[in-house]
Ligand binder design. Structure first.
Ligand code: GLN
Length: 384
């Protein structure tokens, strides 16, 4: 294995899920739901499978899916030409990798907000670029992790080409505010950066949090590669249908990389996702309400079990500080937890370049049936 990929031989999700399976632990580590998506979407996939949609779809994606994605983006006031401004990919993961491969050269720098989803560091390395991390900072009053745009500006160098932005944010559950995003947009324009936005949790926002695509802000439409995916919105993380929306020059670049990574993606699943985006948004609204309740249930349970729980206003995830329970290293604890009490979680430090600064925090996924969350909470009480 070439040196630049040597840090990426395994993923925390694969390892933690294997450990959870081996020990019979409740798996709140890897984020995936334990119920299926809307029946209409599953039927549409079945129908497509049995009506001949099993050969290569068109390179940019099936027309009905691109039309459905374009229509979906109008909810944010964004207008994309389905033929030249939308590309269907194999999940957001491929979209991120293809964007970095297409838009950065070896030696370019890419800003990454820390903690970061694990594929960002690996994809930057695949492209031969260099990551520079900008940490989120915890608000001293509320514990919310917030974006420090002055730190973003300070991290820019003449080699900086792009910034990866994930909101709603995995693993912290932070949803960036309009003020944070406006400041970020101004920094991107001032420093002529391309923004690659990962919006896979766009529908999973709670309370009064609002998902604001960076591309909607002044000066950003022409410099933003907006990425999302069906997995989180429709409980189908195994389908790996994602998409990129951007101006034609940027889409053309990403398509050039994507066509030699996978060529095309998930033929019979594409019409099903088109159906879901068009007809199942009421189902998504119920999912969102449901997940807000699960966030509350798990947060309250973790607090009762002795953790210091951080606020989460989006995604599937809640972060909790392990120090009130007398532990000093969340990674040590995460590796013991499945054997010790029968619960799996993920240490946030693995998503950072500064493990010391994040070493007290565990991430728990709450996208599980209530009885599963309750069982996990009951088991975690044994830690005290
Ligand atoms: N996105 C999911 C998470 O953060 C897992 C994805 C994966 O297993 N690679 O838990």
């Amino acid at each position: 294995l070439v040196p630049r990929l040597q840090p990426f031989t395994s993923t925390i999700f694969a390892e933690m899920t294997a450990l959870a399976t081996r020990t019979g632990a409740v798996n709140l580590g890897q984020g995936f739901p334990d119920t299926d998506g809307p029946v209409g979407m599953l039927d549409a996939a079945k129908n497509a499978l049995f009506s001949g949609a099993n050969q290569y779809p068109p390179g940019p994606g099936r027309p009905e899916l691109r039309a459905a994605i374009a229509e979906h983006r109008t909810r944010y006031g964004l207008h994309h030409d389905p033929d030249s401004e939308i590309l269907v990919t194999t999940g957001a993961t491929e979209a991120i990798a293809a964007s970095l491969l297409a838009l950065t050269e070896p030696g370019d720098e890419v800003l990454v907000i820390e903690p970061y989803y694990d594929s960002y560091a690996a994809s930057v390395a695949l492209a031969g670029a260099t990551r520079r991390v900008v940490p989120l900072t915890a608000d001293s009053d509320t514990g919310r992790f917030r974006l420090d745009v002055d730190a973003v500006r300070a991290a820019v160098t003449p080699a900086t080409r792009a910034i990866l932005v994930n909101s709603p944010h995995n693993p912290t559950g932070t949803v960036f505010t309009r003020a944070e995003l406006e400041a970020l947009a101004t920094a991107c324009v001032d420093h002529d950066l391309i923004a690659i936005t990962d919006e896979v949790y766009e529908h999973l926002v709670f309370d009064d949090a609002e998902h604001i695509p960076l591309a909607t802000l002044p000066g950003m439409a022409e410099r933003t590669v907006s990425i999302s995916s069906a997995g989180k919105t429709f409980n189908c993380t195994g389908w790996k249908i994602g998409w990129v929306c951007a101006r034609p020059e940027l889409i053309g670049a990403v398509k050039a990389a994507k066509q030699f990574l996978t060529f095309v993606s998930g033929g019979p699943l594409q019409p099903a996702v088109a159906h879901a985006l068009t007809h199942e948004l009421d189902w998504v609204e119920r999912l969102r309400t449901d997940l807000a309740g699960k966030r509350d249930r798990l947060s309250a349970g973790l607090a009762e079990a002795g953790f210091a729980v951080r606020p989460s206003s989006g995604t599937y995830f809640v972060c909790a500080d392990v120090r009130p329970l007398g532990f000093t290293d969340a990674a040590d604890l995460a590796w013991q937890l499945p054997e010790r009490v029968g619960v799996a979680a993920v240490p946030v430090q693995v998503f950072t370049d500064h493990p010391q600064e994040w070493k007290h925090i565990l991430r728990f996924a709450f996208c599980k049936r209530d009885e599963v969350l309750d069982e996990a909470i009951a088991r975690l009480h044994k830690l005290a």
